[in-house]
Ligand binder design. Structure first.
Ligand code: NAD
Ligand code: 0WE
Length: 256
């Protein structure tokens, strides 16, 4: 592995367990030589996350619920004191109340819509603003999206609407932060069996049909999302901002 992130500091949001996309990106960033701060949502996530973080020498763990402004402020105060400058942020967080991902989309509740957009979209704006203040040398902000933002995926429902807003947020942030040499991009990953995907009825069928239709004839590996995260954090992607990069074995290019 090239150490192209040596001397850089990255903060990664969204590690729940060893299957988390955030964890794959964190491992990639660590292998590329970055200093790592890894955040987890709450005490419930702490145990599992802490064990993983301990396995990456030098990485440090912090708690942060991104639906709370005070927790974001506090986290970035700690990061400023501990690291001074920041170079990359990975936002790998999404949530909609479970009921919203089951029934008909037309039954989306006002509160379900609010929560999905607050946790999955607004948090990117809040985190980017706080991070930008520490990105004195420029930087890279990376978030995670899914094809359900563009085309209807049954039961993805309000999350699809939130991901569409997230992808648009990436473009507006990229324009705003570009003058400060901060790039903002999203990775659109194919379906992966993580905590957030488990329990979704029909996930097995979805993975099978995805592998069948995708040009590469298989599902994406979480490590492939990890290495794309490293690319977007590094200077190898210095000319790329405001983009949605597909890591889906080509699934999205197919019309039939
Ligand atoms: P995951 O469950 O491992 O990660 C989701 C994370 O969001 C968890 O760590 C959870 O703690 C965190 N989170 C939720 N609410 C939070 C809050 N209020 N504050 C802080 N953290 C909060 O699942 P994952 O599949 O790794 O999901 C990561 C990202 O990847 C999500 O944005 C998801 O939409 C996206 N994504 C997933 C897939 C897939 O098939 N798994 C495909 C494309 C995109
Ligand atoms: O973005 C996601 C999942 C995000 C997610 C998952 C959950 C499950 C637990 C958001 N909120 C919650 N809330 C919970 O209570 N993915 C891309 C994975 C995913 O989710 C689907 C999918 C795919 C793929 C839901 C329906 C259909 C397909």
């Amino acid at each position: 592995m090239f150490e192209d992130l040596k001397g850089r500091t990255a903060v990664v949001f969204g590690v729940a367990n060893k299957r988390s996309i955030a964890w794959a990106i964190a491992q990639g960033l660590h292998a590329a030589g970055a200093n790592l701060a890894i955040t987890y949502q709450n005490e419930r996530m702490e145990m599992e996350a802490k064990d993983l973080i301990l396995s990456l020498p030098g990485a440090e763990g912090f708690m942060c619920d991104v639906s709370k402004d005070e927790e974001i402020t506090e986290l970035f105060e700690k990061l400023k004191a501990r690291y001074g400058k920041l170079h990359a942020v990975v936002h790998s967080v999404a949530f909609a109340p479970a009921e919203e991902l089951k029934g008909d989309f037309v039954n989306t509740t006002r509160e379900g819509f609010r929560v999905a957009h607050d946790v999955s979209v607004y948090s990117l704006i809040a985190v980017s603003r706080a991070a930008a203040a520490l990105m004195e040398d420029g930087g890279s902000v990376i978030t995670m999206t899914y094809y359900g933002a563009e085309k209807v995926v049954p039961h993805y429902n309000v999350m699809g609407v939130a991901k569409a807003a997230l992808e648009c947020t990436v473009r507006y942030l990229a324009q705003d932060l570009g003058r400060r040499k901060i790039r903002v991009n999203a990775i659109s990953a194919g379906p992966i069996k993580t905590l957030a995907a488990r329990g979704i009825s029909g996930l097995g069928d979805m993975l099978r049909s995805h592998a069948e239709r995708a040009p590469l004839q298989r599902n994406v590996e979480v490590s492939e999302v990890g290495s794309t995260g490293v690319f977007l954090a590094s200077d190898a992607s210095s000319g790329i901002t405001g983009e949605i990069i597909y890591v889906d074995c080509g699934y999205n290019i197919m019309g039939f």
